[in-house]
Design a protein around this ligand. Structure first.
Ligand code: SF4
Ligand code: SF4
Length: 190
């Protein structure tokens, strides 16, 4: 999916999608949760000019919608996933737990989404090479939002994550294969 990006917003030092997104392409296969071997710590993609098309078109919603800088995934530890957005569902993929889960920023933004009729899902990664767990939690979070109670909201988020982490993880069946440089590719854009 390709969504219009916010002008002036850059990934900076974030490389979360190079870890969380599974790829199973002829030139690059990477199990879910495995940091891509082409990813250079602190510098981003080491094969940027010839990176696969999937990498060119997949962006988290922090690159697409107006969320504060606190929401950059490597800061808040949440990747706001684009899949599901056409159906009115925003998925908060909690890569790692952090204080952000108890922040007024998260509470306020989710409250705004619920007020707009947007559904919210929470998702957590499993072991490397397995599909993540995900559940729509709109109605579970709603009482805390309607009561204006951020502490209860944070408790409900944590309880949801606890439950998701008991998931029966399923293998994604992907074997790592790194061959971008050997594969024929479309010349980089000018
Ligand atoms: S090829 Fe580059 S952009 Fe794609 S996952 Fe690897 S490091 Fe990230
Ligand atoms: S997760 Fe979002 S901000 Fe981070 S590298 Fe990917 S697209 Fe950029």
């Amino acid at each position: 999916m390709s969504l219009p990006l916010l002008p002036g917003r850059e990934c900076g030092g974030c490389v979360e999608c190079c870890r969380v997104i599974p790829l199973n392409l002829p030139e690059l296969a990477k199990p879910t949760g495995q940091l891509c071997a082409y990813c250079v710590d602190g510098a981003g993609c080491g094969v940027h000019a010839i990176r696969p098309q999937t990498c060119r078109t997949w962006f988290c919603l922090w690159r697409v919608v107006e969320l504060s800088d606190d929401w950059r995934p490597d800061r808040c530890r949440i990747v706001v996933r684009p899949d599901g957005i056409e159906d009115g569902v925003i998925t908060l993929f909690v890569v790692r737990r952090s204080d952000f889960l108890a922040s007024l920023e998260l509470f306020g933004v989710v409250a705004g989404w619920l007020a707009e009729g947007i559904e919210v899902a929470l998702s957590v990664p499993g072991p490397v090479g397995t599909y993540p767990a995900r559940a729509v939690v709109t109605e579970w979070l709603r009482p805390a939002v309607e009561a204006g109670d951020p502490e209860d909201f944070a408790r409900r988020v944590i309880q949801s994550l606890d439950r998701l982490e008991q998931h029966d993880w399923q293998s994604d069946g992907i074997t790592a294969r790194y061959a971008v440089e050997e594969h024929p590719f479309t010349p980089p854009e000018p």
